[in-house]
Design a protein around this ligand. Sequence first.
Ligand code: TA6
Length: 303
Amino acid sequence: MDLNVFGSSNFKTAALEQRDELTLLRINNTHADALIALQGAQLLEFTQKNKRPLIWLSEQAEFKRGQSVRGGIPVCWPWFGDIQRNPDAVKNMTAGKNLPAHGVVRNQTWILESIAEYSDSTEVTLSYATVASAQPEWPHDATLKLTIGIGKTLRLQLSTVNNSRAAISFTQALHTYFAISDIHAIEINGFDNTRYIDTLDDWREHAQQGAIQFSGETDRVYLDVPPQLELSDRGWQRRIALRTRNATSAIVWNPWIDKAQRLSQFADEAWQRMVCIETANALTDNVTLAPGAEHTLEVEITE
Ligand code: TA6
């Protein structure tokens, strides 16, 4: 496929390239550079001009069909995490056993719908349609669209339209891997006085007091999350702001030493240079859409 399918091959800021088995869309504009895999509509890189990368991509990333690339912003949909740990309404939408973690779309090739070039950004929209008869594990008709804005900020809008004749319930997450100087030099603010489910403490509920700091494996689903969060990095002297819409849950994850050694596409010591803050509709923050209804999950990331 080449970009003249849009009737114009002379995009100034966008170009397709192949890396191993995957087709990637490279964006270079006056504000930032980015890389998006058509598989999973997965943003892999985002770096603003004259700044450090905002998004972490594994040095051991593999670009193979049918497997998510480690890093960037994988799209988790129509369930987040382990389906067995999801609400019944979400579980009841599925069929079969041994369902994959994080849903069914991050390993699928999405359609590149449009590229729009503006003075302050490049906007890329990709879509994926589920057809009940084509995927027995989640037999419902829906259309997903992800619009990625590449400019002075990084903006993602993930919309779901229910094309079925019955309501659908789902959980989802934009599984954002942030690049950091060192896990010991960061803290995350905005979660003070929120509740979280600690997946490493048998999914018990806890209360967050003050900033999130890291001293071990961390894998928490936060609830009642406000729309503004901040990742501050003393090592690189930077603050990253997250502004969300239509999400009141978020997952905070760092694998630390032992889990890092069990992860695919992940160097043993890479846990020190990344942290995930995942804008989500997870657990009790799941979404139910009537036939024909639409929901949009949004995050805007600014340094
Ligand atoms: O979002 C945190 C998490 O659910 C962790 O438990 C870990 O499994 C991570 O996602 C990565 O999952 P993946 O399937 O991409 O290796």
